[in-house]
Design a protein around this ligand. Sequence first.
Ligand SMILES: Nc1ncnc2c1ncn2[C@@H]1O[C@H](COP(=O)(O)OP(=O)(O)OP(=O)(O)O)[C@@H](O)[C@H]1O
Ligand SMILES: [Mg+2]
Length: 346
Amino acid sequence: MASTADQNRTLFLGIDLGTSRTTVMSSRGAKEVVRSVVGYPKDIIGVKLLDRTSIVGDEALDKRSYVNLHFPLEDGVLKESSEKDTQAARELIQHVISLAHPQPGERVCGIVGVPARASISNKNQLLRITDDLMNFSMVVSEPFMVAYGLNKLTNAIIIDIGAGTIDICAMKGTIPGADEQVTLMKAGNHIDSFLANAVTESYPDVQITPLLAQKIKDQYGFVGHPHQDVIVNLRSGGKPQPHEITKEVKAACETIISDIIENVEQLITSFDPEDQEEAVSNIILAGGGSRLTGLDEIITSSLKDYGPVNVVRVSDPIFSGCAGALKMATELPEDYWNQVGDVIGS
Ligand SMILES: Nc1ncnc2c1ncn2[C@@H]1O[C@H](COP(=O)(O)OP(=O)(O)OP(=O)(O)O)[C@@H](O)[C@H]1O
Ligand SMILES: [Mg+2]
């Protein structure tokens, strides 16, 4: 039985549930990242090899030959197509909570950031999961968490470029509603597939998968003017050979630009006219895709007609949403949580 002192102790968590990665930070200093994937053994041999009935994260990917992989998030929402998908989401969240090492008897209170579309469309399902795993929890949209973490709560525009979605959010000093957030479905994963197809078109003998294309993009991805030629070793007929793929990389990475610009332009006009100048000087790029070389320049030049534009990247794209969630969890008295997002528990 936990002592009264234990019961009074609370562990606060910030969790960013992403399509490709899930991150957790705790009020005791834990800071962890895992791939958002859960593997279940295909058959009894797999169960024997694993000695477990499921594995979470990179290990699941490594053992893909004998586990079935489940990615709980797709297209910015929690997959609800099968019981296994829901179970995978639960196991993923349970796993990251365990990485924060809650002590017996401790109250666990967490804020979970999810793509804006999930926070609008299947938050009740998420809350049912978090309710089972934490004493008190709240689900909020990722770009809002980034804004909170950076103290950019008013006259700012957050562009969070993830794997599954790009979430854009206009911050106007209140909790962003559905009208102030957009979720675009063409994000990092889309770039990867496009790049794999473009390379196959240019070099039909080359073997390339979206996963390999992602690695190339993460290393060489750029938009705008190339600063150097992209030459990578690719296998054709099993043999590695250097291939020049500068124009393919550029074309793939630039597929996300016009949608971003169009939606940012719309959000700019949704601010009061006297606030628009400040909003365009406060554009923040977050998420893994914010690392694309040249992205800040292309956004700046595309929006130049709107006045002085300033685009900055967050310093830590992997943890910025999660850090914002933890900051809110520790700063905001629990009585106020239900004014910010959807809460469950006590
Ligand atoms: N250096 C880089 N250049 C370009 N893209 C990158 C780089 N590093 C990571 N990425 C891309 O960022 C994406 C992952 O970003 P992030 O972890 O923010 O996504 P997520 O939060 O899991 O997804 P979502 O927000 O859509 O649910 C992947 O598409 C990855 O390829
Ligand atoms: Mg994300």
